[in-house]
Design a protein around this ligand. Sequence first.
Ligand code: NAP
Length: 234
Amino acid sequence: MALKNKKIVVVGGATGIGFAVAGKALDAGAKVLIASRSQESLQAALCRLGPGASADRVDAGDEQSVRDFFRRVGSFDHLAMIIKAALPHDTFLSSDLNAVRAAFETKFWGQYRLARHAAEWLRPDGSMVFTSGVASRRATPGMSVVSAMNAATEALARVLAVELAPIRVNTVSPGLVDARPLDPAQPERLQKLVQYVPLARLGGAAEIAEAYLYLFGNAYTTGSVMVVDGGVAC
Ligand SMILES: NC(=O)c1ccc[n+]([C@@H]2O[C@H](COP(=O)([O-])OP(=O)(O)OC[C@H]3O[C@@H](n4cnc5c(N)ncnc54)[C@H](OP(=O)(O)O)[C@@H]3O)[C@@H](O)[C@H]2O)c1
């Protein structure tokens, strides 16, 4: 199997989509290191993932933390960057510039820093996978910042696929995701958004995670954006 005994780092691997990626990579026989800022959530995730997983702390918002983290990791095979910012949903004219900058600082610049320092340590036949989001290709009121941030991420990854080759660089663009099955207990906002999904439901974290596994393992895919969104971007 393509991922057996490979060393895979999942930043943002303690929760949500990242946690699902870590679980699937372990199932595929990889050695998985999950990383994020909170020691508590890393420990809780490690207990659920079981043997084969390890954890370390990193703050993608802090250059020194990122540099030191990859020095500790040493050489490795694949990186998934799955960090989430607090997303501003205000319209363009009513948006708070500080909130806009903070979102970019975490999601765009966080992934930028991770990619930059990981590149030194990734094996030449390895890969890195960025995370964007389906807002990059839809014009939805209140989503200007999210759209711009995700589009910038995809553009960065495309150029890195050329500059860093033979290391492969790809992006996963998730649609609306919730780990829970669709039920009345879900927040109203998510319920409303389901009407825009041709497949008429939210995606599961495990369904998005499959895209990362494919991109780690397929040696002839680089510079691509894999959209997993139930058809939202149609
Ligand atoms: N869920 C959706 O519907 C959806 C839709 C489209 C796109 N996406 C994208 O998919 C990605 C994952 O989403 P999710 O819902 O799975 O997120 P999530 O469950 O909130 O997980 C985000 C992870 O990011 C980590 N993180 C945040 N800031 C960090 C930092 N500065 N340094 C290191 N780690 C950091 C958090 O851990 P700590 O707090 O421990 O640091 C957390 O484990 C995000 O990029 C999101 O924009 C999600």
